[in-house]
Each structure stands twice: as structure tokens, then as C-alpha cells.
Design a protein around this ligand. Structure first.
Ligand code: HEM
Length: 417
């Protein structure tokens, strides 16, 4: 689609031929100009066929109700790597990192059940004090009266500590986990990508797997503990996994919980700063923090899309889908659907049904870690409010070049001295 810089995107989105709209272009998210294209699709062509794109032909599903319809019908709309996986870009042949997010039942259900105890309510209750302690440490260490990058000093710092805890990995080596996570999820065409080919990425993934496998083997010999690796090393459905399978499931936890929560921490501050009356309302009514957290996750929508592949002929929103078609659900658009969510472009801390958003997906693949993410975000905002930190965003955010993760790379801020 390649819109020239400086163009009025609203005008362009409404004047271009409908069949030329291709919402897969990572530039739309990098330049933060995606809104009018989806607005037009939701109005005029909610289940939109894009005949040509860098990822081949695909259906773009942009309305809330149609997205739910696709997600709950996993018998027809498959997540399996064998037919292409969960991203608009097909899983690279021979280099897949299959895990239960990229599987259909029954394998999906067995593995998910096995690891669900890593984030069950009992484990989360135990984690809360540790999360609070670290959040306090990070917030107290922030400079006052000078500009710094919130993404690095807060979002990455807190989520990398959480990752180290999930894996029971040495906390002083947490930067390694972040580097791996960034490598495994980046768009290889992004200017700042740590790798620039699928082969390079695969080689890094194997290095990661071999390193983690040593830890896995050690934990298999010790009694079962609380961390993800130990739970998998002792689990019935997971203990006999091959190195490649271990790689897939470890990467799922590495990536699943990292960038998503990180970008909610950054997006939350951005949302509150763009809607200062809402920030004020939250400060005056700190009990709204739980609903504000859901609004943060909706407004930011950290995962832009998920992809499914039709296993048989079907229909969505009156459109005929053929077996083998690529069907892409755009959460970022469903979360802005005015038919479902009133004043959807606005950030509102006291919505009537704040958890109604689609950022965690629906159906059998609904995010396993959603309560953990909410816990981390709640503690962060409770502690910001308790300290009455006056945080000002002093420059525009820099977004990632990606059509999968709605990621903020930099957010310059200053805290009042
Ligand atoms: C705000 C933060 C987060 C967001 C927005 C998010 C979003 C998502 C989405 C969209 C899916 C796929 C849903 C679908 O296909 O219907 C998913 C799945 C998943 N997420 Fe999250 N996630 C977040 C945090 C986390 C955390 C902290 C963890 C780590 C424990 C995690 C682990 C997973 C796993 C394991 C799956 C696969 C579930 C399955 O296939 O059954 N996520 N997440």
C-alpha cells in the first residue's frame, strides 16, 4: 500500500479503491496511521478479501462479532503450524517452533492443561508481593526532573524480571532473555531487527533451546518446583518432548508474556497522558485501577492480529471462505468497533464492562497469562498512584515496525521533581 510520508491518511483511506486496502503493511503501525483504514473496512467491508499482499492473499476480519465467530470455531479455523500457523506470515517451512498456541485439539488441550498451574490463582497470589517489591524498587530508582525512556527503565525492567521468575532464571542475566525474545518475535525486515533472515532466527532459536535444555534436564532430576521449566520437565504431556518441541513451548512463554505486558506498561502511560481528565479521575479514585488496567490492555491492543486457516468451506459475515484460505483477525480493529465498544477511540478508566475487550483473544487459545499480566499492571499503577507521581510524556512514542506486535520502542517522559 506504501502511503507517502506526510499524507492525510484519512483522505487516502477513504479515497483509494477498497480492494487496494492492505492492512498487513507494517508501516501502518510503525507510523501509527492504521485507524482510518480499519474504520473504513469496518463500515464498508468488514470481512475484506485482499487478493495481493507480501504475505499472499488473505481475508481481513475487522469487526468484533466476526472476530469472535472465527476464534470460537477452532474446528474450522485452525491454528496449526501444519497449515500455516498463527501469523499472517506463514510459519517458515522446516523452521517452525510449534507449541500449543500453534496446535489444534487434542494436543493443544493436553499441553495447555499441563502448564496452566504456572499462572493459576494460587501461584499468582504468591507472586504478588514479589512483583510489588520489584515495582517499588524500579519506581523509587527513577530520575526526577530529567527526561528518560519509560520503555527501558520501567516496562522492560519489570517484565524482564518477571520472565526470569517464570523460568527461575538468574535475574542478573535477564537481559539475555529480552534479547532472545526480541529476536524471536521481530519483523526481519524492520530497520532495527536483531536478525534479518529466518535462517539466522532459527539458528538463534536452537542456541536458546540448547541452553535452556541443560536447565530443563537439571530440573527433571530435582523435585517439581514452581517455575515453568520445572513444571514442564515433570509434566506427563511435556516431559518426553524432543528438543524442537521444548524450543517451541519455551519460546511461547518467553515471547507470550514479555512484549505484550511490556507494551501495555508503555501504552498505559501514553493513554493516560493523552486523556489527562482520565488520569485525574484515576488519581482521585484509585479504586478504579482494576478497570483502568483492562482499558489499558484494550486501548493499546498489544497483539495486532492472529491468523487462522480454514480447514473447510465456511462463511463469515456473509462472505464465502474456501478451504485453505488465510483468515486474519485484527484485534486492533475489533477493539475500536463502535458497535461493540462505545467511544472506542477514547481512553476511559471507568467503562461499564471493561473486560469486554478482545486483546486476550477468545475460545480455546484465550491468553493463558492474562491474569498475570493484569496483576503486573495493577501493581504498577497502584504504586504510581500511591506515590502520586506526576509523569509527563515529553515526546512522541516510537513504534515498532511490525504488523503482529503493537510495540512501543521509546517513550520519553519526565517525572516532576
Ligand atoms: C497484556 C499482556 C498480554 C496480552 C495482550 C496477551 C495476548 C495474547 C493473545 C492475543 C493470545 C492468543 C489468543 C487467541 O488466539 O485467541 C495469547 C495466548 C497466550 N498467552 Fe498471552 N498475552 C499477554 C500476556 C501473557 C503472559 C504474561 C503470559 C505468560 C504467562 C502469556 C502466555 C500466553 C500463552 C501460553 C498463550 C497460548 C494460549 C493457548 O494457545 O492456549 N500471555 N496471549
Amino acid at each position: 500500500m506504501n502511503a507517502p510520508v506526510g499524507l492525510d491518511h484519512r483522505e487516502l483511506a477513504y479515497s483509494m479503491p477498497l480492494d487496494k486496502i492492505d492492512v498487513s503493511d507494517p508501516r501502518l503501525y510503525y507510523d501509527d496511521v492504521w485507524r482510518p483504514y480499519f474504520e473504513r473496512l469496518r463500515r464498508e467491508d468488514p470481512v475484506h478479501y485482499t487478493p495481493e499482499s507480501p504475505y499472499g492473499p488473505y481475508w481481513a476480519v475487522s469487526k468484533y462479532r466476526d472476530i469472535v465467530q472465527v476464534e470460537v470455531n477452532h474446528k474450522v479455523f485452525s491454528s496449526s503450524d501444519e497449515v500455516g500457523g498463527i501469523m499472517i506470515n506463514d510459519a517458515p517451512k522446516g523452521m517452525e517452533r510449534t507449541s500449543f498456541i500453534r496446535m489444534d485439539p487434542p494436543e493443544h488441550d493436553e499441553q495447555r492443561r499441563e502448564v496452566s498451574s504456572t499462572v493459576n490463582p494460587i501461584t499468582l497470589a504468591k507472586m504478588e508481593s514479589l512483583i510489588r517489591e520489584r515495582t517499588n524498587m524500579v519506581l523509587d530508582g527513577l530520575p526526577r526532573g530529567e527526561t528518560f525512556n519509560w520503555v527501558e527503565r520501567v516496562s522492560i525492567e519489570l517484565t524482564s524480571m518477571m520472565l526470569a521468575t517464570l523460568f527461575d532464571y538468574p535475574i542478573d542475566q535477564k537481559a539475555k532473555l529480552i534479547r532472545w525474545s526480541d529476536t524471536f518475535i521481530c519483523d526481519i525486515n524492520a530497520p532495527d531487527a536483531p536478525v534479518h533472515s529466518e535462517e539466522e532466527r532459527f539458528a538463534e532459536q536452537m542456541r536458546f533451546a540448547e541452553h535452556m535444555n541443560e536447565i530443563w534436564e537439571e530440573r527433571a532430576k530435582k523435585p517439581k518446583s514452581f517455575d515453568v521449566i520445572s513444571i514442564m520437565a515433570h509434566g506427563e504431556a511435556t516431559s518426553k518432548m524432543t528438543l524442537r518441541q521444548r524450543m517451541g513451548i519455551l519460546i511461547l512463554f518467553l515471547v507470550g508474556g514479555n512484549d505484550t505486558t511490556r507494551n501495555s506498561m508503555s501504552g498505559g502511560l501514553l493513554g493516560l497522558s493523552r486523556f489527562p481528565d482520565q488520569f485525574r479521575k484515576l488519581r482521585e479514585n484509585p479504586e478504579l485501577v482494576t478497570s483502568a488496567v483492562s482499558e489499558i490492555v484494550r486501548w493499546q491492543t498489544p497483539v495486532i492480529h492472529m491468523r487462522r486457516t480454514a480447514l473447510e468451506d465456511a462463511e463469515i459475515g456473509g462472505k464465502p471462505i474456501k478451504a485453505g484460505d488465510k483468515v486474519v483477525v485484527w484485534y486492533i480493529s475489533g477493539n475500536r468497533d463502535e458497535e461493540q465498544i462505545e467511544r472506542a477511540d477514547e481512553f476511559i478508566v471507568d467503562r461499564k464492562r471493561p473486560r469486554e475487550h478482545m486483546s486476550f483473544g477468545f475460545g480455546i487459545h484465550r491468553c493463558l497469562g492474562n491474569r498475570l499480566a493484569e496483576l503486573q499492571l495493577r501493581v504498577l499503577w497502584e504504586e504510581v498512584l500511591r506515590r502520586d507521581l506526576r509523569i509527563e510524556v515529553v515526546d512522541k512514542p516510537v513504534y515498532a515496525y511490525s504488523n503482529f506486535l503493537h510495540a512501543i520502542r521509546s517513550l520519553p517522559v519526565r517525572i516532576e521533581a
